[in-house]
Design a protein around this ligand. Structure first.
Ligand SMILES: Cc1cc2nc3c(=O)[nH]c(=O)nc-3n(C[C@H](O)[C@H](O)[C@H](O)COP(=O)(O)OP(=O)(O)OC[C@H]3O[C@@H](n4cnc5c(N)ncnc54)[C@H](O)[C@@H]3O)c2cc1C
Length: 526
């Protein structure tokens, strides 16, 4: 993973000439961004942990699994939001942990949490490091130091129960490895977020992730049938049946807990048969409203495709649903005006489901565009984040944000977010797609591009604050799938109200009395 950007550096993309023209002519981007600092020149605070404390950590996991070197600390500084990347590009490593600690077992994690509670060492659980909500930067005040608890060594598939269709994993397994391990059994999870290449199963559970095929396979929190959470107060082992009426479902308290209540050390996940057939295609709708109505019909009447997304007019024009084709001579969009909808079908009865869903799409005003747009989307489905680095270097800020609401409120939410962005940034390019649908509502996923001013981090933070307030005011949730972290904590507090915030603080006090776990993340201050 590129330490100051996204993904495999070998896959980095030059900006096509057409995008450069667009940045200059449409957005007024004139000057390139500040060049990225070199890894060696990133400025880090001195290691705050004393020698005896580092020795005590090493006694638990082995000295070779406690890293205090420059590169390890840089690579565990923050996550991968655009402000995170801008800070790293500027050589600002002020949020670096003092040490990176890699436990090799559940018992070692438990021992580390006891030790860190005693010694007042803050612990940031670290999966793939792809958080985009500030979920990996601990508030250090009052602590003897901060460690990143990297779960990379907990990377095994423990068991497969083919009868119940349940697989048990350790949390540090990356998504492509999970798919590879399951493929050997003819199975799949079907979880494909855009961060697929690097994110881990533990991170998906801790942040309630949702993937591109969640219409068919479900959100990640739908897949979790059981889990183990180690806390400084002891271990929670949850999930002895698929559903239960034995009180509140405590699994739900762990899902989305973002490392603030404990460390997930195992996950039992519902799996599906690997699909024998896949079919993706495009449809055009006259407007975003018409396409949204078609999606609602599919969500409420069925059948729901496995993949379903609808770009608004601007996103369709730019061609963001087909990132590999952006700038390739006008073929990036759907080849016409209106809004592009991508529908994909995987698994059983593909032909029947395709026929039935296509009848709904045609009845609701869709024009079939055939397989090409669907295949182009599939080909470029993990490419868009690579463009971000090139845009940052070219002097544009690009960032994404998301929310969800009930169908009846969706147009209001859409307008509120757009207006907040326009108000805060002047005339940015704002694109949106409906990324996930449910019977009762949907999520909206926005991509924003704007010229960088002299302080692009502060510029984006102002915009983000305005959007957060607009989402709360318009009745949406502050996150459909990115989570809360530090960036959404205040808006989350407003969403759940003072009683909700007090419940979270009470849970935190019970499970983590010394408050060492991910301080500053998720749980609103009292
Ligand atoms: C380019 C890009 C595209 C993205 N696309 C999507 C998308 O399509 N859908 C989506 O849902 N998200 C997406 N994300 C966000 C991110 O990938 C998800 O939030 C993901 O779930 C994080 O997984 P991770 O392993 O990287 O976790 P990390 O970023 O390492 O951690 C996330 C949070 O969970 C905590 N945590 C991690 N592991 C554990 C554990 N074992 N126990 C307890 N706490 C833990 C961390 O402390 C942190 O607060 C994207 C991010 C990027 C950068």
């Amino acid at each position: 993973m590129l330490w100051s950007g996204w993904g495999d550096p070998a896959k980095a993309r030059e900006l096509p000439e057409q995008i450069r023209d667009l940045l200059r002519d449409l957005l007024g981007v004139r000057a390139p961004g500040t060049p990225a600092a070199s890894l060696e020149s990133v400025s880090l605070p001195p290691v705050a942990l004393s020698g005896p404390r580092l020795d005590a950590l090493a006694e638990v996991v082995g000295a070779e699994h406690v890293l205090t070197g420059h590169e390890a600390r840089v690579r565990h500084t923050r996550g991968k939001s655009t402000p995170d990347l801008l800070r790293m590009r500027a050589g600002d490593g002020s949020d670096a942990p003092d040490a990176v600690v890699l436990p090799g077992s559940h018992d070692e994690v438990a021992e580390l949490l006891r030790l860190c509670s005693r010694e007042r060492i803050a612990v940031v659980p670290f999966g793939g490091g792809t958080s985009v909500v500030g979920g990996l930067a601990a508030a250090r005040a009052g602590f003897a130091g901060v460690i990143a608890l990297d779960l990379a060594r907990l990377d095994r598939l423990r068991s497969v129960d083919a009868e119940s269709m349940v697989a048990e994993f350790e949390p540090g397994v990356r998504a492509p490895d999970a798919e590879r391990l399951l493929a050997a059994h003819g199975l799949t999870l079907g979880h494909f977020p855009q961060s697929f290449e690097y994110a881990t199963l533990g991170g998906f559970a801790a942040a309630r992730s949702s993937g591109q095929a969640s219409a068919g396979y479900g959100r990640f929190d739908d897949m979790v049938v059981g889990l183990t959470l180690v806390t400084p107060s002891g271990t929670l082992a949850l999930g002895r049946a698929p559903k239960s009426a034995a009180g509140p479902d405590l699994r739900q308290l762990v899902l989305g807990s973002e490392g603030a209540f404990g460390v997930i050390t195992s996950l039992r996940l519902r799996v599906r048969r690997a699909p024998a057939e896949r079919r993706y295609e495009g449809w055009r709708f006259a407007s975003f409203a018409a396409g949204s109505a078609a999606m609602r019909a599919l969500a409420q009447e069925g059948p729901l495709p496995t993949v379903l997304r609808l770009s608004d007019e601007t996103e369709t024009m730019i061609g963001l649903a087909k990132p590999d084709a952006i700038g390739s001579g006008g073929s990036g969009g759907s080849g016409g005006s209106g809004c592009l909808l991508i529908a994909g079908y995987e698994g059983a009865r593909v032909g029947d489901r395709h026929a039935a869903a296509s009848a709904v799409l045609a009845r609701t005003g869709g024009e079939p565009l055939g397989p090409e747009p669907g295949q182009a989307w599939e080909h470029g489905r993990f490419s868009a984040p690579y463009l971000r680095d090139s845009l940052l270097a070219a002097g544009a800020t690009v960032e994404t944000l998301e929310t969800a609401g009930f169908w009846a409120n969706l147009p209001r939410l859409y307008d509120a977010v757009r207006l907040a962005l326009l108000g805060a940034l002047g005339s940015p390019l704002v694109m949106c797609h409906v990324s996930h649908v449910y019977e009762t509502g949907a999520s909206l996923y926005f991509t924003v591009v704007t010229p960088q001013d002299a302080d692009p981090v502060a510029q984006w933070e102002r915009a983000k604050e305005a959007v957060n307030a607009a989402i709360v005011e318009a009745g949406g949730t502050i996150s459909h799938h990115h989570g809360v972290g530090r960036d959404h904590r205040d808006a989350y507090a407003a969403e759940i109200g003072p009683v909700g915030a007090a419940v979270l603080r009470a849970v935190k006090a019970e499970l983590d009395p010394a408050g060492i776990l991910n301080p500053g993340v998720l749980v609103p201050e009292g």
